[in-house]
Write a protein that binds this ligand. Structure first.
Ligand SMILES: Nc1ncnc2c1ncn2[C@@H]1O[C@H](COP(=O)(O)OP(=O)(O)OP(=O)(O)O)[C@@H](O)[C@H]1O
Length: 715
């Protein structure tokens, strides 16, 4: 078993303790095996001839060897504790460090529950086998071997008969082993799935309650608990069969031994003392045999656990530290992507032949439609992935040759998620930054416009954060994660949609901060909102994984290309500072296909028919199949369009963002929604009801014609 090999490998370095432990086991076993022999001598040499001196001598020997046995056992327990603790500590550390080294794809493949189960349930089963089952295995095997030798010394013929029957004890468990392994694997998988559900239930508790999804989750958990019950029952039954079959074999053996032993006594080939010693020793060996088989289910479980942990340890990170990593210089000249092609999987391509150069100290924006590859390009700049072809470099230094520590000191990434640790605000800001003073921390918080807010909390910088930042607002979280990045004083600041989920005031604030920072560091910002990018020194426009345009805001507008079209789409909306009230210009409405050619005064009237709606992440705006009675324009936010496709279930078919519209088909009578629309972040919409539109349609039949042709295209 490779598990035993691993065990030996991890304990071999502590030779003295290991030898002491093995010796203690040997003494224990020798005592147990030899003790029944005392019966033979007591009966044949002391009791039968009534030799009191011999009796005292045997008693003395028993007492001294009992004392040695107790001392050896105590030392053995200590040695085992140290050795097994050491193995588990090494394995836990190895697993943790290995998981930490992994690339993003690993965390996409393994869910939280998968990993937690491996760190907890699987490690515990290994721990129990290392601490209890392995030493028992050793002891019981030695018991059997030594016991059999002793039995042979007492009466070899009887021993041979018994030995032949012993084979029976191991046939059943061997036969059941592969079944037990399969059941164990199924049980562990069910544990993982249940852990994943608990994880979602805790993290998504607001969404679950908000959307009243408790019963769906209860149903899912109920099914998983039922699976745990069924797999657990099967496992229990197989385990108990593995223990019971050898016991049945033992009963047969007992009968054989008493029968054959009796025959030998009646024919004077064995003394009564020999028989009693044989019987006691045989009971003892039999007990060891059944202990051994009782250990089998634990070994099966630990083997499955060991393989599951091994699967993680065998997973090599795709992005690894080079053997002799280079350090990035203090001053940065440029960041380059040269003919970069990249795909998240072997088969897919998310970036094709992307080349760009970012001068040190400049502020660069990546813009483009959803899914065009902006964030992917940023992740390559952070070396969360390596390109399939081409190179990403800083100062002509390929990132694949640079040490991770040096890269992370040079650049800091802030993402939309703004993850915070469950500790105080101070610890969240400082992390391991021992060089930053209290004044530095306050300065960074001031720059990110969060200092006053922190000070207004009763515990100030010592305020604890709960639920990974869920106890704070999105804006507070984002400002804190910006302050954290600034405190590290990076030379390159990478921002991934940092303002997309924020209210207009916070967004404007953060955009101002970026403008202030641009002289101090190189900034690369991914955003789908062009108003946030217009101040950039240079803008790269992505479409289908390629850079299709680049230049300043003005240059790009003059090109009348994709950027211009996106700008036109996002322009013409007004949002109040609190983000709760939006309006749209008549000119903007004129760009919608079904309003084209209408006079401006009428469009202004139509604009006044719209009312503002806000939605939270996860809110369903429209549901496939329901009767629709509203048309929507997205003022700001992100929505996914989901459709039920035959054989595939609900599938995301598109993502809509600022300036996009949906639901116009519902403005026709009795047309059900042909897709579900869900908010991916806090969003603001303008909507108009069907009734309000009816008189327009009758006055302007062209609206109806265009809507009908849109409907035909989409069905
Ligand atoms: N981790 C991932 N694994 C597989 N595919 C991914 C992964 N992340 C993104 N993609 C896919 O890669 C493509 C580009 O995604 P990316 O996030 O870079 O686009 P984007 O322009 O930033 O869009 P958005 O603004 O919607 O995030 C999309 O088709 C997306 O579905």
């Amino acid at each position: 078993m490779s598990f035993i090999r691993t065990l030996l490998r991890h304990t071999a370095h502590n030779k003295l303790l290991l030898t002491g432990f093995l010796l203690s086991i040997f003494i224990e076993v020798a005592y147990f095996v030899a003790a029944p022999l005392s019966l033979k001598y007591l009966v044949d040499k002391a009791f039968m001839p009534k030799d009191f001196q011999m009796f005292l001598m045997i008693l003395g020997v028993l007492f001294v060897s009992g004392l040695i046995y107790i001392c050896a056992g105590t030392f053995g327990d200590y040695a085992l504790g140290r050795l097994s603790g050491d193995v588990i500590r090494t394995l836990r550390t190895k697993l943790f460090t290995h998981v930490q080294r992994q690339s993003f794809s690993f965390f996409q493949h393994y869910k939280l529950g998968d990993l937690v189960t491996r760190f907890s349930a699987d490690m515990s089963s290994l721990e129990s086998v290392i601490r209890h089952s392995s030493p028992l295995l050793l002891k019981e095997t030695l018991n059997i071997v030594l016991g059999l030798v002793m039995l042979a010394l007492i009466e070899w013929k009887l021993t041979l008969a018994v030995l032949a029957g012993t084979v029976l004890m191991f046939v059943g468990p061997k036969w059941l082993q592969s079944r037990a392994e399969k059941e164990q694997t199924a049980y562990k998988q069910a544990q993982e799935q249940f852990s994943n559900t608990i994880d979602e239930m805790v993290k998504g508790y607001k969404t679950i309650r908000g959307l009243h999804q408790q019963s769906r989750f209860r149903e899912r958990a109920g099914k998983q608990i039922q699976d745990l019950f069924s797999f657990g029952l099967k496992l229990h039954m197989t385990g108990s069969l593995m223990e019971r079959l050898p016991l049945a074999a033992l009963l047969v053996l007992n009968g054989t031994m008493i029968g054959f032993g009796g025959y030998l006594i009646f024919h004077d080939e064995m003394t009564v003392g020999d028989f009693m010693a044989f019987l006691t020793l045989f009971m003892f060996v039999g007990q060891s045999g059944s202990h051994l088989t009782a250990l089998l289910p634990h070994f099966v479980e630990s083997r499955v656990s060991f393989n599951r942990i091994g699967e993680i340890l065998d997973h090599e990170p795709e992005v690894s530290e080079p053997p002799n990593p280079a350090e990035l210089p203090k001053s940065i000249r440029s960041i380059r992507m040269e003919q970069v092609t990249f795909g998240y999987t072997e088969e897919s391509t998310q970036l094709s032949d992307v080349s760009l150069e970012i001068a040190a100290g400049s502020y660069v924006a990546f813009v483009g439609p959803s899914g065009s590859g902006k964030s992917t390009a940023l992740q390559l700049l952070s070396r969360f992935y390596d390109p399939k072809q081409g190179a990403v470099s800083i100062n002509d230094c390929d990132l694949r040759t640079v040490s991770e520590a040096s890269l992370r000191q040079t650049s800091a990434l802030v993402t939309q998620e703004a993850f915070l640790f469950n500790t105080t605000i101070r610890d969240n800001l400082l992390l391991d930054n021992t060089q930053a003073t209290e004044a530095d921390m306050v300065e960074a918080a001031k720059q990110a416009n969060i200092h006053r807010m922190i000070e207004s909390w009763p515990e100030g910088y010592d305020t604890p954060v709960y639920h990974e930042g869920g106890s704070l607002s999105g804006g507070e979280r984002q400002r804190l994660s910006l302050a954290r990045a600034l405190l590290r004083n990076p030379r390159i600041l990478l921002l991934d949609e940092v303002t997309s989920a924020l209210d207009p005031v916070t967004e404007a604030d953060i955009n101002e901060l970026i403008v202030r920072l641009r002289s101090r560091m190189t900034i690369v910002s991914v955003t789908h909102r062009l108003a946030s990018a217009m101040n950039a020194d240079h803008i790269y426009v992505f479409e289908n994984g390629r850079i299709v345009e680049s230049g300043t805001h003005q240059e790009l507008l003059r090109e009348h290309g994709l950027y211009f079209r996106l700008w036109e789409k996002q322009h013409g909306f007004h949002l109040s500072r609190d983000g709760l009230h939006a309006t749209v210009d008549g000119e903007r409405l004129a760009k919608l296909p079904f309003f084209q050619g209408m006079e401006l005064p009428l469009l202004h009237n139509i604009a006044s028919l719209f009312s503002t709606e806000t939605s939270k992440e996860g809110d369903t705006i429209v549901s496939e199949g329901e009767a629709g009675n509203k048309f929507y324009i997205i003022v700001r936010g992100k929505f996914e369009i989901l459709k039920h496709l035959p054989g595939q279930g609900e599938v995301r078919v598109a993502v809509l963002q600022d300036g996009d519209h949906f639901g116009e088909i519902a403005l026709l009578n009795n047309v059900p929604r042909n897709a579900t629309v869900k908010a991916l972040c806090p969003s603001v919409l303008l909507s108009v009801r069907q009734e309000a539109f009816q008189h327009l349609i009758s006055a302007y039949p062209q609206i109806l014609t265009v809507l009908q042709s849109t409907l035909q295209q989409r069905m």
